[in-house]
Design a protein around this ligand. Structure first.
Ligand SMILES: [Zn+2]
Length: 90
């Protein structure tokens, strides 16, 4: 994605994709530890490339746990685990 200028911050789901990062959804049910990686391409189709995942409500609201079937979760960012290039600002 060389045509996308690097704006110094990762805040949209397209940024996540471009930097080899991802999103993970975690089930909110108190007795369930279900979590899974979310499909970024699918999220981009649903929400658009410029959807800002920070303080997300919508993605979390549509998360469906594969363990217990409950809808609603919290979203965390998966860091880029590839060795070269980009380092996390955190
Ligand atoms: Zn669950």
């Amino acid at each position: 994605m060389a045509d996308r200028p690097w704006k110094g911050v990762v805040d949209t789901i397209a940024d996540l994709r471009d930097h080899g990062m991802g999103l993970r959804g975690h089930c909110r049910a108190p007795n369930c530890s279900g979590s899974r990686e979310l499909n970024l391409d699918k999220l981009i189709k649903l929400f658009g490339e410029e959807y800002v995942f920070i303080n997300d409500k919508e993605i979390g609201r549509q998360f469906i746990c594969t363990e217990c079937g409950r809808t609603g979760g919290t979203i965390t960012v998966i860091a880029n685990t590839m060795p070269a290039g980009w380092s996390s600002p955190h």
